[in-house]
Write a protein that binds this ligand. Sequence first.
Ligand SMILES: *Cc1c(COP(=O)(O)O)cnc(C)c1O
Length: 393
Amino acid sequence: MNTLEEIKEQDHRYLMQTYGRFDVALVAGHGATAVDCDGKEYIDFTSGIGVNSLGYSDPIWARAVAEQAATLQHTSNLYYSPVQGKLAQRLCELTGFSRVFFGNSGAEANECAIKLARKYGTETRGATCNQILTLNNSFHGRTVTTLAATGQEVFHRHFTPFTPGFAYAEPNLESVKANLTDQTCAVLIELIQGEGGVLPLEPKFVTALSKLCAERDILLMVDEVQTGAGRTGRLYCYQNYGIQPDVITSAKGIAGGLPMGVCLCTARLKDVLGAGMHGSTFGGNPVACAGALAVLERVGNETFLREVAQKGSYLASRLNAMDGIELVRGMGLMLGAKPKQGSAKEIAAACVKNGLLILTAKDVLRFLPPLTITKEELDKGLAVLEQVLAGEK
Ligand SMILES: *Cc1c(COP(=O)(O)O)cnc(C)c1O
């Protein structure tokens, strides 16, 4: 095994340096425990940014993936794929959505939603009805178009020209109303802004927005890339808000660690995108689909989801009780905690040194542990955090 120094040297020499990495190289894991190249163990409160829903290398998930890889690892979308069909049916049955499109990432799932909205708008309300409203402080991906959709100035640099057709509003009804025009075909929102600092939208605002969109035949599209796949204690976060979006997108945790993005739409939108209008070489890859089926087998279950909600409440209450924490927000196992002192980034780095992997978003510590994390594992991680916050480590 290479040493950390050798791994870092190789990384710095051969990779575009697009990531600010922590000083750790992870090589293995099991459950909510990650192992680095020196054999040191870490409690994982990150699941790789909300991806490893079932923890590291869950044996049932790993077997499903390995069996599919050994049977048929890929086929072009020119042929029917039973595993793709099975996953699509399962997703529709569990959510009530009518059709799905498979891509490979959150950004791609959102690209599909954006294309669908523009086609729907221009077909039903005229050639100029192609504008999409998003919220300030949002995050929708790293492609040129999803960067344009992202309502943060810092993301609108360097790569001009960006895709036109996006407007941005504050997360309140007045601002949304002020920014809607006859040319708006859709509103795209995250119900909890993850990268923006784990900021949940006000339920009243979301209900009113949903009503407004329905009245004006504007599609309500929810980016559930981070909030989806059981993360907030419901399979999708919109269920916590009691609304019915027209389109949702899902990625991150959906396939338990394999690249997958999904765009789901309701019955009235099922034929908006037809043959030849959208596609992806890898989209709906059988190995990724087998991983997603294994995830849904566990996560698409009321008892499992209730446990996610309970573990989330426990984590939130433990954090709230900590001297060094000013406030806690979020839902289920998607939480943000603002430290009273010190920068979130520095606290996260100190946690890593002491055996706890933890994320940040803006000025908060961000918690996205595997959905399967146990109370004992939560306690173990929280003990590290508590000591770091107290300046004992
Ligand atoms: C992570 C994220 C994305 C982008 O997903 P990628 O798989 O990195 O393309 C989009 N939207 C939200 C809300 C996200 O959290």
